[in-house]
Design a protein around this ligand. Structure first.
Ligand SMILES: C[S@@+](CC[C@H](N)C(=O)[O-])C[C@H]1O[C@@H](n2cnc3c(N)ncnc32)[C@H](O)[C@@H]1O
Length: 336
């Protein structure tokens, strides 16, 4: 017997009776396939698409099933999650290639592999349930674990490093701007006061401090949600990663290739919207979404995480004779 459960951090998990492991349910999977499949993107019989946030491979599996001629290059910064995806996508054999890579390293990875220009590029931003629901990864404010949060273990800075070393003003700005936390100043001040006695090392201690700042007025959502989101974004420099991913899409996508981005943060959605709007103004992109595509009520009930998902997409238009230009960091000309 299998059942769906609302998981920690508002994420849905899928648990079997034998394997008590969280499984990530891809959000807006149909909508992503429809977006990527239109406008000459994936409907080309033999193209590559890049899933730059592969996770457990849910979106990639949907795309590989729906478009039999398509091949997928799946990249992720988390080596543990790549192992999960490798197992899941094994039935698709040589239609799949997996590489450990950050979004910001995409250009280098694509150049190394010498694939033709991709016909689709997907970024499903943020973290997977496989990361959020495992306390030992340090994302959970509901179950105690080390205050780590690194998806890529080679990143030098953990969430604890930020909490224990940033000055009060920087912490407050982080919580406010990256998490939308209304009590950012008070929380930052309490962190600084408390860490003089003992450094924060565990998620439980930080979650407890934020809960105390809120007292009994925390509401339905855990009071530490926004602080934890802000820390995760800082650990991974998520704003910068997105900008680099958009630049890579502009540089690498084939003529008619489709970009799809799912964000869970209004600031990120705004960045994608502006990127497509500016791309239209310079005749490089046609936006496919005037407003972000959001989850249906049915999907929202089945997978609470999908409720905050915003999907936008666009088609890259290459004019004959468009200057090739130099991509990020002068990384060379992609194959035709
Ligand atoms: C929301 S999950 C993707 C889930 C996936 N679409 C699926 O269906 O299973 C986001 C994934 O992107 C990865 N990720 C986030 N930021 C990244 C970055 N800057 N570079 C590479 N991978 C990243 C995370 O490790 C995580 O596995």
């Amino acid at each position: 017997m299998v059942r769906f459960e609302g998981g920690g951090a508002g994420f849905a998990t899928f648990r079997g009776s034998c394997v008590n492991e969280p499984v990530h349910i891809p959000v807006l999977a149909d909508e992503v396939a429809t977006l990527l499949g239109g406008s000459g993107g994936i409907s080309r019989p033999d193209g590559w698409i890049v899933d730059a946030t592969l996770g457990a491979g849910g979106h990639s599996a949907t795309l590989l099933e729906r478009f039999p001629g398509v091949r997928v290059l799946g990249t992720d910064q988390d080596p543990q999650i790549l192992d999960v995806a490798r197992e899941r996508l094994e039935p698709f054999q040589d239609r799949v290639r997996l590489e450990r890579s950050r979004i910001s390293e995409l250009s280098r990875t694509l150049r190394k592999l010498r694939l033709p220009r991709p016909i689709g590029l997907l970024m499903d931003l943020g973290a997977s349930s496989l990361q959020l629901d495992r306390p030992e990864r340090g994302f959970s404010f509901q179950t105690d674990g080390p205050l780590d949060m690194r998806m890529d273990p080679e990143r030098e800075r953990t969430a604890a490093d930020i909490v224990n070393t940033w000055d009060e003003g920087d912490l407050a700005d982080l919580f406010f701007h990256e998490g939308g936390e209304g009590r950012a100043r008070r929380i930052a001040s309490e962190i600084v006061r408390n860490r003089r006695r003992v450094a924060f090392r565990r998620t439980g201690a930080l979650a407890e401090l934020v809960s105390q700042v809120y007292g009994r007025s925390g509401g339905r959502v855990h009071p530490a949600t926004k602080v934890f989101q802000a820390l995760r974004r800082a650990v991974h420099q998520e704003g910068d990663e997105l900008l680099q991913g958009l630049a890579a899409a502009d540089w690498w996508l084939a003529d008619g290739g489709v970009l799809a981005v799912i964000s869970f943060h209004s600031g990120e959605d705004g960045v994608v919207k502006r990127f497509l709007r500016e791309g239209e103004a310079s005749d490089r992109w046609d936006a496919l979404t005037k407003k972000p595509i959001t989850a249906s009520h049915k999907e929202g009930r089945r997978n609470p995480r999908s409720r905050s998902a915003m999907l936008r997409g666009g088609v890259r238009r290459r004019k004959a004779g468009e200057p090739v230009g130099e991509p990020l960091g002068g990384e060379g000309v992609p194959p035709a």
